[in-house]
Design a protein around this ligand. Structure first.
Ligand SMILES: NC(=O)c1ccc[n+]([C@@H]2O[C@H](COP(=O)([O-])OP(=O)(O)OC[C@H]3O[C@@H](n4cnc5c(N)ncnc54)[C@H](OP(=O)(O)O)[C@@H]3O)[C@@H](O)[C@H]2O)c1
Length: 221
């Protein structure tokens, strides 16, 4: 992948895990944070653990301005504000939205999802940034399984989006991570289903005392 990828919220659990894996695969990355110093620190940790990693850190809007593909990995409660903060810097390009509307984001249960007026977090992102092509992904990937570089994650990644070329590019990014398989789940409106499936995984994780459950779809070569 020649294009630079920015990860807004890349200091957190999912974003940092993706950054580690993409850095290992040779992707040029910019970690975004509300605080440039925090982004710098996270980028430094990745460079320290992945030999040859091409990773820098910037404040969110600066990070978004430097990339044509921007992944947003922030809690549901922060999604609208974060997207509003990068709107001017990122008026076109591909937005990879990972947001899950877990009730936990507003003090409720992690096994419950909230209704989103637009239908899903991905559709809310598209409404906020009409000029970008939104592809939603990674809702069902355990951040912990990405952090532990001694393990290979084991799950399918459902991609939802209305632009085939954008989905193909995001699929290439997914497939750079060993153990993940990108599956085209359909248009952006399918994201509502994929987002809500995360609550099921959290419930399974609790019952089976793991943090790594995921989905594998059979019957697709
Ligand atoms: N964790 C998982 O296993 C997982 C798996 C699949 C999907 N997801 C989804 O991915 C998204 C990120 O999850 P996460 O667990 O990585 O989240 P997180 O670690 O709690 O937060 C990620 C980053 O978001 C920023 N942030 C946090 N609170 C904020 C606020 N109030 N306003 C603005 N920015 C804020 C912070 O970055 P700065 O302080 O540097 O700005 C933080 O490092 C969520 O929507 C989640 O549902 C998570």
């Amino acid at each position: 992948m020649d294009e630079k990828v920015a990860i807004i919220g890349g200091t957190g659990d999912l974003g940092f895990g993706l950054a580690l894996r993409w850095a290992k695969a040779g992707v040029s990355l910019i970690i975004g944070s509300r605080e440039a110093a925090k982004a710098d620190e996270a980028a430094g940790r990745i460079r320290a653990s992945i030999a040859g990693a091409n990773v820098t850190g910037s404040a969110n809007a600066d990070a978004a301005a430097q990339a044509r593909i921007v992944a947003v990995t922030v809690p549901f409660a922060a999604q609208a504000g974060t997207l509003g903060g990068i709107r001017k810097a990122f008026a076109s390009g591909i937005l990879v939205d990972t947001t899950v509307p877990l009730a936990a984001a507003v003090g409720g249960r992690a096994t419950r999802v909230l209704g989103v007026w637009e239908g899903s977090c991905a559709q809310a992102a598209q409404a906020l940034l009409p000029g970008v092509r939104v592809v939603s992904a990674f809702h069902n990937v355990s951040a912990e399984s990405l952090h532990d570089m001694d393990t290979v994650p084991d799950c399918d990644v459902f991609l939802c989006g209305d632009d085939a070329e954008a989905k193909q590019k995001v699929a290439s990014l997914v497939n750079l991570i060993p153990g993940l398989r990108a599956l085209d789940a359909g248009g952006l409106e399918m994201s509502r289903i994929c987002e809500s499936m995360t609550a099921l995984l959290i419930s399974l994780n609790r019952r089976y005392k793991t943090r790594h459950s995921g989905f594998r779809v059979t019957g697709i070569k």
